[in-house]
Write a protein that binds this ligand. Structure first.
Ligand SMILES: C[S@@+](CC[C@H](N)C(=O)[O-])C[C@H]1O[C@@H](n2cnc3c(N)ncnc32)[C@H](O)[C@@H]1O
Length: 270
């Protein structure tokens, strides 16, 4: 299964359009907040994005990169909160198409630009960005050194880089399938110590690691309570993640509880 197939799971355009129609969002002017239940593609949804945004301080009119931006939900939130320009890049073409459509629907296409591309080969000039983020992407990245080297290259000296991931826990052996991978072929988890050492080697400074395990357990708990097909909200992570989202979320929650995985955020400076 390719990355695109894994992340889109069939006709994602059709699923998204049906959900927007059912939620009656196609017949009126909508705001970015209307899409939060659909466009924040990680278990804690908008709460996780707000948490990350509260730990960085991007300046008005600055240029920010979002690596692995998905459908652009976090990018739109950051653009609005900080009144900055956000350049999102993601390897899944369908997410970029839908994300740019969402930018138009919410009238933020002048501030948020999404592009299909690989986080390991960023198509941007060296030292172009004033800050960066990457939410729940690195679990898919085998060559972490290349990924973080690229982030480092495109950031200006002193720029803040904030990201989050499911790291490897002390027990290891996560339970598959997971929200980011159906099997080991797509999952490359690293301990926070490994990541911190790598970031230092690359040149990042002021590295702060924040454990988010408890918050994720509670986030998954809420998600699983919405589980029954006839009780699912019209807009939700299941629209993007497809039918196995529930099982994958359950495994992710259990993997955290059993210390197989260890979710964390990192905030650092170039
Ligand atoms: C869990 S989703 C998170 C999306 C978004 N950051 C969010 O929080 O809503 C992980 C994303 O990482 C993207 N991704 C995985 N590997 C990538 C790579 N090498 N370059 C860019 N994006 C990648 C996937 O396509 C997917 O959209």
């Amino acid at each position: 299964m390719s990355f695109e197939e894994f992340w889109t799971r069939g006709d994602i355009h059709e699923r998204v359009n049906t959900a927007l129609k059912d939620a009656k969002l196609l017949d009126k002017k909508i705001e970015i907040e209307d899409l939060f239940p659909l466009d924040q593609y990680h278990a804690r949804g908008i709460k996780a994005t707000i948490d990350l945004a509260d730990k960085v301080n991007f300046k008005r009119d600055s240029n920010i990169i979002d690596i692995g931006c998905g459908l652009g939900g976090p990018a739109r939130y950051f653009a609005k909160k900080f009144d900055c320009n956000v350049y999102g890049i993601d390897i899944t073409g369908a997410f970029i198409d839908i994300g740019n459509y969402f930018n138009k629907l919410t009238q933020v296409d002048h501030k948020v630009k999404l592009l299909k591309g690989d986080g390991e080969k960023l198509p941007y000039e060296t030292e172009f960005f004033d800050g960066g983020l990457s939410q729940h992407v690195t679990m898919n990245i085998d060559n972490r050194e290349q990924f973080f080297n690229e982030a480092f290259r495109v950031l200006k000296k002193g720029a803040i880089f904030g990201f989050s991931e499911h790291g490897l826990g002390t027990k290891g052996n996560p339970i598959f399938p997971l929200p980011w991978a159906d099997s080991e072929n797509m999952s490359f988890l690293k301990t926070p110590e490994f990541t911190t050492n790598l970031l230092k080697k690359i040149g990042f400074e002021n590295i702060k690691v924040i454990s988010t395990g408890e918050k994720y357990i509670s986030g998954y708990d809420t998600l699983l309570k919405q589980g029954k097909p006839d009780e699912k909200p019209t807009l939700g992570i299941h629209v993007i993640g497809g039918e196995t989202m529930l099982e994958r979320s359950k495994n992710s929650m259990q993997s955290i509880i059993e210390n197989r995985t260890y979710p964390f955020e990192i905030i650092c400076n170039k």
